[in-house]
Design a protein around this ligand. Structure first.
Ligand code: TXA
Ligand code: MG
Length: 327
């Protein structure tokens, strides 16, 4: 810790797993890298430590946290059973951008699940965080490391800018490779249900367990607050639709434009960001949150974007665009 950090209480950014471990063992918060987005982590078995997450994020306590661990064996310490189809998904896609809702054991504090009887569990695919988890005697509760409702962070710097003054340490694992949060999956009455679209596509899930139901309710008291109508939202107004028509409508404004693939958009007074000029969905997913953030932090008055084709990761990206625009 430098003198400046000591005086100003700002986070240190580094790659020191032992330092991260030490803070977490003392019940403090550490931001951790994952392949999806950065998480704001605390000891998942310690309600007081977990409460600090809600405080730092200004997150309502009806919004439960995902529990991160490093091996399937560990999951049986906090879940009573794993439905066979969910087990198959876990064996196929963990470590990876998949979160399973599983019946919880009492060892997981009610605060972590917001009183629900299922706990969300995932094994993230990031070498630093997997090493950290393997060295800890407890799993880590971690939501995305952003103030509640804002765009999720995909670099250590994103975390630093928004929560750096509230936490002691940010474990820097570079930019997140996937860039979208995990896909949340559970089982109800034998049916496999997707509650949040994310970094693992529906096609990938159905390839392993057959037809699934997608249940993305938009409500103010959702089963998964990633389902809230406004979420992942920049501070600037966001409009999604036909980019050229939207540009016509807002002629005299300075506009940030988010496009995908080839584009004929060209207008003075615009800042154009192309999610993937070659229409690669993975590239688009990895760029989405950092481009939204860049536009939000730039001098534009508003952000205009277009939906991607409703296939592959395009579905999850469109879900985030809708929530960013609250439509
Ligand atoms: O990729 C991710 O999932 C990232 C990284 C850090 O792992 N985490 C993340 O967490 O996106 P968060 O808190 O931003 O979103 C987690 C979602 C929330 O919408 C929450 O409501 C839902 O998971 N969730 C967590 N526990 C749940 C539970 N027991 N039942 C239903 N939904 C749950
Ligand atoms: Mg989040």
């Amino acid at each position: 810790m430098t003198y400046f950090q000591y005086i100003c209480h700002v986070a240190e950014i580094g790659k020191d797993i032992l330092k991260a471990k030490d803070y977490l063992e003392k019940g403090q918060l550490v931001a951790i890298p994952t392949e999806t987005v950065y998480g704001l982590a605390a000891n998942a078995l310690d309600a007081i430590a977990a409460a600090k997450i809600f405080e730092a994020k200004e997150r309502p306590t009806f919004d439960p946290l995902i529990v991160h661990t490093h091996s399937l064996q560990e999951v049986y310490h906090f879940a009573t059973v794993i439905h066979p189809s969910l087990l198959t998904l876990a064996e196929t896609y963990w470590p990876g951008p998949l979160t399973l809702l599983l019946p919880k054991k009492a060892i997981i504090p009610d605060l972590v699940t917001s009183g629900l009887d299922r706990v969300a569990v995932r094994i993230p695919d990031h070498p630093l965080t997997l090493q950290l988890l393997a060295q800890l005697a407890f799993p880590l509760a971690a939501p995305s490391a952003n103030p509640f409702g804002y765009i999720s962070p995909t670099t250590a710097e994103h975390v630093y800018k928004q929560l750096g003054y509230k936490i002691p340490y940010i474990l820097d694992g570079g930019p997140c490779a996937v860039g979208l949060e995990s896909t949340i999956v559970g089982e109800e009455n034998g049916e496999i249900i997707i509650y949040r679209l994310g970094g693992l596509s529906i096609d990938d899930i159905e390839a392993v367990v057959g037809k699934v139901t997608v249940q993305l309710n938009q409500s103010s008291n959702p089963k998964a607050p990633g389902q809230l109508k406004s979420h992942y939202a920049p501070k600037k107004p966001v409009y999604i639709g036909d980019v050229n028509e939207l540009l016509q409508e807002h002629q005299n404004k300075r506009v940030g434009v988010l496009v995908f693939g080839e584009t004929d958009v060209s207008k003075n007074n615009t800042l154009i960001k192309n999610l993937s000029p070659s229409k690669n969905y993975r590239e688009a997913a990895a760029n989405l949150f950092s481009f939204l953030r860049e536009l939000d932090e730039s001098d534009v008055d508003m952000i205009i974007g277009e939906f991607l084709p409703e296939t592959n990761l395009g579905l999850a990206i469109n879900d985030r665009l809708k929530r960013a625009a609250a439509i």
